[in-house]
Every structure is written in C-alpha cells, then in structure tokens.
Design a protein around this ligand. Structure first.
Ligand code: HBI
Ligand code: FE
Length: 297
C-alpha cells in the first residue's frame, strides 16, 4: 500500500503568527450546521463591535455594512450577501477552510472572489484567535467590497499579487506590507477626524480603541513606497498606522506597474515598525509606550 502522502501543511505568517495553511478547496457555507452557540458568538462580537465602532469606523464602512443587510441576529448567509455584493461591485464571497496559499489567495482576489472562512471562533476565543475566522473575514473585510473604488483596489491588489509571486519573495514581502498597512490596519482621514477602515482593526475590540486613542502609536500619512519598506507586528498592536486621504488614493497608488518599484525597494533598507522618518507626514508621533523591541516582521 503506498504510504499516505505526508501531511505537509505549509505555514502562513498572519497577524497572529504562523498558522497552518489549509487546502485550497472552496467549500459551500454549511449554514444549517451552525449551532446556536455559533450564532451567539456572531451576535456577541457583532453587537460589541457595532457599539465600539460608532465614531471610530469610517462612515463608508458603517454605511456599507448597513447597505448589505448584515445584522447581529444570526450568521449571514453567503448566498444572500452575494446577491447584493455582485450587483454592487461584481465581487462574491466563497467559503474556504482558512488561510490559503498566497498565490491561490491572490488569484481569487484578482477574479473578485473574497475567500471567507466558513467556521466561527468558539466562545472562549472571543478576544483572541490564531487565524482569521468567519467574523474577521465577513464582518471585517466584506463591507468595503461594496465600495466600487475599494473593490477595484482589492482586485488590482490580487492582480499585483499574482505578478509579485512570479517576481519573487522580496516583492511578495513588499506587497504584503501594503496589504497589512491598508486592508488590515489602515486608517482614513475624514473631516471629523481619523477613522478606521482596516479589517484587522474593525474586527478587534482592543485595537479599535487603541489605534485612535492611545498615545503609543505613530500615525503617518500614506506613502506607497515608505509602506512597502516598513516592517510590521504580528503579535501586538501596530506601532504605526498609515492614514489615507481617500479610497481613491489607494486605487491611484496601485495603477503604475510595480516592477520598477520592487527593483528600487530591493536596494533600500527595510524600515522598523516604530520608526518615524523626516520625510513622513506625521499626524501623531507615538510615545512608544508598551512597545516590544524585537519581533518586527
Ligand atoms: N488566505 N483565506 C485567506 N485569507 C487571507 O486573508 C489570506 C490568505 N492567504 C494569504 C494572506 N491572506 C496574506 O499572506 C496576504 O498578505 C496575501
Ligand atoms: Fe484579513
């Protein structure tokens, strides 16, 4: 009998450390199999974040979340959300087991498919989770896919990821930093102050408050190449948050061909997560209180 292929599971660096990368299989959302405990976890997290995010999340995030009819009472059905999402920006949600190999993930984004983990965390994991679950993906990432400009940015990011994957690992690191400091941990400037649009923040109770109200972190204006050089944190709150003026600014930044940018970045040092440069547009120079000295990725 041929030995079973060794269960070689790649590990992916995420905002909570190295986690196993699951199969690339697309799975139907097993909505009928969700327990009442699963729906209760969704309800508890949704209600808590909805209360915290008023005055903290960007107007567009909150508007689009309402527009797509996402409610706390139960875990949404992907097929129902897809009707609204496809009509708005041509995006659709697909169910996955969890983290995908990078190239697979990029290919989905490039084709306007957002992979959403089909399972939700357990009640005892309400505040800490080692990898993205349904709440992070659905509550955090999906509402802004209703915004045409951000939706175009995410598809352009996917196309860029496929290209970066062919160029090599350094280009991928540069591009992952861009994803990290915008899609996951980005802030946006509104007339009434800085607001959150990053998914990693909006799905986290503590960081939703910390990113805007703590004196510790830097808050610096968006600068594409500066961000692509900047290392980040996977085990603590971010030391630096980057601020965009508009979603159009993100889309405009990804229009040029990145190949010459990767070549330029390869000649430059990476920037530690907590640094502030003379060339930075500084909204807030952080105190660095509570920062760990090592552990930048
Ligand atoms: N897979 N399902 C899933 N969701 C992600 O957000 C994800 C992924 N694989 C790779 C990945 N993110 C990051 O490495 C991106 O920077 C590519
Ligand atoms: Fe995410």
């Amino acid at each position: 009998m041929t030995p079973a292929t060794p269960n070689r599971v790649e590990h992916q660096l995420t905002d909570k450390g190295y986690v196993p990368v699951y199969t690339t299989a697309v799975v139907e959302q097993p909505w009928a199999s969700y327990s009442q405990a699963d729906h209760d976890v969704w309800k508890a997290l949704f209600a808590r974040q909805q209360q915290i995010l008023v005055g903290r999340a960007s107007d567009e995030f909150l508007r689009q979340q309402r527009a797509m009819g996402m409610t706390p009472d139960r875990i949404p059905r992907f097929d129902e959300l897809n009707k609204v999402l496809r009509a708005a920006t041509g995006w659709e949600l697909i169910g996955v087991e969890g983290l995908l190999p990078e190239l697979t993930f990029f290919e989905h984004l490039a084709n306007r498919r957002f992979p959403v983990t089909w399972w939700i965390r357990k009640p005892e994991q309400l505040d800490y989770l080692s990898e993205p679950d349904l709440f992070h993906d659905l509550f955090g990432h999906v509402p802004l896919l209703m915004n045409p400009v951000f939706a175009d940015y995410m598809a352009a990011y996917g196309r860029g990821g496929v290209k970066a994957h062919a160029i090599g690992p350094e280009a991928l690191v540069n591009l992952t930093r861009l994803y990290w400091y915008t899609v996951e941990f980005g802030l946006i400037k509104q007339d009434d102050g800085l607001r959150i649009y990053g998914s990693g923040i909006v799905s986290s109770k503590g960081e939703s408050i910390h990113c805007l109200e703590s004196a510790a972190p830097n808050r610096i204006g968006f600068d594409l190449e500066r961000i692509m050089r900047t290392r980040y944190r996977i085990d603590t709150y971010q030391k630096t948050y980057f601020v965009i003026e508009s979603y159009e600014q993100l889309m405009d930044a990804t229009r040029p061909d990145f190949t010459p940018i990767y070549a330029r970045l390869a000649q430059q040092e990476s920037i530690p997560a907590g640094s502030v440069l003379d060339t930075d547009t500084v909204f807030n120079r952080g105190t660095g209180e509570g920062w760990l000295n090592d552990g930048d990725v």
